[in-house]
Ligand binder design. Structure first.
Ligand SMILES: [Zn+2]
Length: 318
């Protein structure tokens, strides 16, 4: 069996948790569902893509099949969902699919759609996660490029906060506060690693308050929204018959949204991101701050581990 040697424990942990080569899918996979805001049926196909392609959305329903990169500088709206666009063509509600791709360390994918909104599925990233794991993940012969934080970057406004701090792996902490007896104050931290994302975060559904849902429907928004794709709460209760999937499903969904939002940096991060009372719009404002503070990070690839020649090599060899 091949054995490897690491200089430090941090290097070993990084190697065990973080793929160092770019990844894509083994084969194409498709699904269909309705758009949360449009209420329209959408067909979605994920296709393998080559080295350095990144994540790009393709509108198959429009002439010339326009293509929109999933990058922070293509974000055109963050009021109800994360919307990207170029030249007047948009794709809406990308955050759960983006979270899934980032959570499973998938770097290169073509996302084909026949409408302008990613299907909401069950309101979580669980169906996308199962679809991708079913297709299989393929490693490509090129290193992944990472942003590595070297100094803190922070943004605070009106009680909202996002900070990014140096760390050896990618971690996110989210903290939410709502004046509601079922939510109150919740915090959650995860290390963004395939199996942790799949098990702890991917199935957490989006949530809404009954009065907000009624208000949005009155104005023609959230047309596809129902108890099949969101947790809805009234003043004291969860209205979904099956209840919650996790006791703290609300903050876990916030974490899911945040992973999707920060993936729009375009490359994975080595650092710890902490958010407090943030949402899509404030996360996006943080991405702009991130790129304005270029002295606080650098980009890098990760070295291949050094193979150990002798069985008598010292500790930290596996
Ligand atoms: Zn969400």
């Amino acid at each position: 069996m091949q054995r490897f040697q690491f200089k430090t424990v941090a290097e070993y942990i990084l190697y065990m948790t973080t793929p160092i080569y770019q990844r894509t899918l083994q084969r194409a996979v498709s699904c269909s569902g309705i758009g949360l805001h449009s209420g329209k049926t959408v067909h979605l196909t994920l296709k393998p893509a080559s080295i350095n392609h990144g994540i790009k959305f393709v509108r198959k329903d429009l002439p010339d099949n326009p293509c929109i990169p999933a990058r922070f500088n293509c974000v055109v709206d963050t009021s109800l969902a994360t919307v990207i666009g170029t030249d007047g063509v948009i794709v809406s509600t990308i955050e759960h699919l983006m979270a899934c791709l980032a959570g499973l360390s998938i770097d290169n994918v073509i996302v084909e759609l026949d409408s302008y909104e990613v299907p909401v599925m069950d309101g979580s990233a669980g169906p996308f996660t199962r679809m991708i794991l079913d297709a299989g993940i393929r490693e490509l012969e090129a290193p992944r490029h990472f942003f590595r934080l070297t100094d803190p970057i922070e943004l605070e406004q009106d009680g909202k906060f996002v900070g990014a701090y140096p760390d050896d792996t990618f971690k996110i902490t989210c903290h939410i506060e709502f004046e509601h007896p079922l939510i109150r104050s919740q915090s959650c931290t995860i290390e963004v690693v395939d199996h942790v994302f799949e098990r702890e975060i991917s199935s957490a559904r989006t949530f809404g308050f009954l009065h907000e849902v009624e208000y949005m429907k009155r104005y023609g928004l959230a047309r596809g929204g129902s108890l099949d794709n969101a947790v809805v709460i009234d003043e004291n209760n969860v209205l979904n018959d099956e209840g919650l999937r996790y006791e703290d499903e609300f903050v876990r969904h916030k974490l899911l949204d945040s992973i999707g939002d920060f993936s729009l940096l375009g490359m994975p991060i080595l650092g710890h991101i902490i958010t407090r009372k943030s949402g899509h719009a404030f996360n996006h404002a943080f991405l702009e701050r991130f790129f304005s503070e270029k002295a606080s990070w650098h980009t890098q690839t990760l070295p291949e581990p050094v193979a150990v020649a002798s069985k008598t090599a010292k500790s930290l060899a596996i």
